[in-house]
Design a binder for this molecule. Structure first.
Ligand SMILES: Cc1cc2nc3c(=O)[nH]c(=O)nc-3n(C[C@H](O)[C@H](O)[C@H](O)COP(=O)(O)OP(=O)(O)OC[C@H]3O[C@@H](n4cnc5c(N)ncnc54)[C@H](O)[C@@H]3O)c2cc1C
Length: 455
């Protein structure tokens, strides 16, 4: 008999795990799993929804099924439709929720007509149905999501205003110069950009939005408003079950929560104090967990380390038919076995399971990439610290004619960050140096920006 793995959440992380292992995958969304990163292209009309479908998992997803409660003692997940699913190992891959800003006129989760977050395929399709040429749209939030939404709405012919509370666009990823170039590009698409601009309220009539109020007294007419004010890990299920939750669901180097039978991966997980909110780490965590669970499956013997009454977790040793999980593909995560014992689960059903000798997850060095389409498209990539600290070395190349900007920040002999805009030829070599975190070669630093490393 094989170990029953149940995954809650049919997004990037959950589906990746389900491609590697046979699992029961519960997903509340009604659609076939899709690549969220490409939603702006669906909104812009560049791709049909089916084009962004993720590769199918080994077992079909149970779509439209929301998990509402975890019974840790019985090891059962209860679903909104009244069904219950037993597990030996449970994986939470519940993603993030959009942050709804505290605005006058926006109370509770019931949004006025015309106001949408930008998180799901449904958000996207509802926006697409509303937007027609000349409609006035305001995007609140000038981060990666807001910039992507603004350019997609502009591509549909909307008159778009992008409001950003901070000093510049994509301030988490870009330095001042790169951000200024991005702003020029976004404006060239017809988007009006307002920075240091705080939205204070929404006006509505008959339940539909009519305008956006700014803190300085200005009012922007709006028939469509997109909320792109960041995301928050979706942790309700875990918190209600008594798992350790800080910003995200706390996991150790084996992606295990404070209950040894429950793991968490992707946007909802907090590893080593980090909540990533990016697709790359979600995929790496899924790959690492596939390896952990495969190791766990073959190392796991019924009864060993099990408490009385908890002998439902079954697996087989090597060589037993149907026992071990399918071997996972090459994991993109490297590292050493995680520190033992950091997540003993007082009161958890089970106590410690045997530890599999498997590689652990040690964190992801995430690189953000974005392509903003339009008559002339703009590529950008950023990683680590794009703004230098005193004492850092900085190498920077600007090509005003080609609207290209390249910069790296070096501390001692290590690459600590960089940003590329308009010309990503060096991104492969830089990403390797960044991900490897190795001492840089004794070559002039300019070499880092001019050598494309075959990428
Ligand atoms: C428009 C947009 C653009 C983005 N662009 C980029 C980008 O350029 N680069 C990048 O790295 N990242 C980007 N991201 C972020 C990236 O999509 C996420 O980091 C990634 O999807 C996280 O994967 P996940 O599986 O953790 O969560 P998700 O992909 O959000 O999947 C979670 C799934 O779990 C389901 N779920 C939640 N709770 C339950 C429950 N109780 N029962 C059943 N199902 C449940 C949700 O409905 C959802 O389908 C973007 C996100 C958006 C919205």
């Amino acid at each position: 008999m094989s170990t029953r793995i149940v995954v809650v959440g049919g997004g990037t992380a959950g589906v990746r795990l389900a491609q590697r292992l046979p699992v029961t995958l519960l997903g509340e969304e009604p659609h076939a799993p899709y690549n969220r990163v490409l939603l702006a292209d669906v909104l812009a009309g560049r791709y049909a929804p089916e084009v962004i479908a993720l590769p199918a998992p080994q077992e079909p997803v149970r779509r439209g099924v929301r998990a509402v409660r975890i019974d840790r003692a019985a090891r059962i997940v209860e679903c909104e439709d009244g069904t219950a699913v037993g597990y030996d190992r449970l994986v939470l891959a519940t993603g993030s929720n959009p942050v709804l800003p505290p605005l006058r006129g926006l109370r509770g989760s019931q949004l006025p007509a015309g106001v949408h977050p930008f998180r799901t395929l449904d958000d996207c399709m509802e926006l697409r149905a509303l937007v027609r040429p000349g409609i006035r749209a305001v995007v609140i939030g000038g981060g990666l999501l807001g910039v992507s939404a603004a350019r997609a709405l502009a591509a549909l012919g909307a008159e778009v205003v992008l409001t950003q509370q901070g000093e510049r666009l994509m301030e988490r990823q870009l330095d001042t110069q790169a951000s200024a170039l991005l702003r020029e590009h976004v404006e060239s698409l017809g988007v009006e950009v307002h920075t240091e601009c705080r939205v204070s309220g929404l006006r509505q009539e008959d339940g539909a939005v009519t305008a956006v109020e700014l803190a300085d007294g200005f009012v922007l007419d709006a028939q469509v408003v997109v909320l792109a004010c960041g995301v928050r890990p979706r942790v309700g299920l875990a918190r209600d079950a008594g798992l350790d939750v800080r910003r995200g669901i706390v996991v150790d180097d084996e992606l295990r929560t404070s209950d040894p039978y429950i793991h968490a991966i992707g946007d909802c997980a907090e590893h080593d104090g980090q909540v990533y909110g990016l697709a790359g780490p979600a995929l790496e965590q899924a790959d690492a967990l596939a390896t952990v669970l495969t190791g766990a499956a073959s190392a796991y013997t019924p009864g060993a380390g099990e408490p009385a009454g908890a002998a439902r977790a079954t697996s087989a040793g090597p060589g037993t038919p149907n026992g071990a999980f399918g071997a996972p593909g090459a994991s993109s995560t490297s590292g050493t076995t995680g520190a033992p014992g950091t997540h003993g689960a007082p009161g958890a059903p089970g106590g410690d399971l045997p530890r599999p000798p498997v590689p652990a997850y040690t964190g992801t060095r995430a690189l953000t990439r974005l392509t903003l389409g339009g008559p002339v498209s703009l590529d950008l990539a950023s990683f680590g610290e794009a703004t230098a600290q005193p004492g850092d070395d900085v190498v920077q190349l600007t090509d005003a004619t080609r609207r290209a900007y390249r910069k790296v920040v070096v501390r001692g002999d290590r690459l600590v960050g960089g940003v590329l805009l308009g010309d990503l030829a060096a991104v492969g070599a830089l990403a390797r140096a960044w991900e490897g975190d190795e001492a840089l070669p004794h070559a002039p630093l300019l070499h880092l920006l001019t050598h494309d490393g075959g990428s």
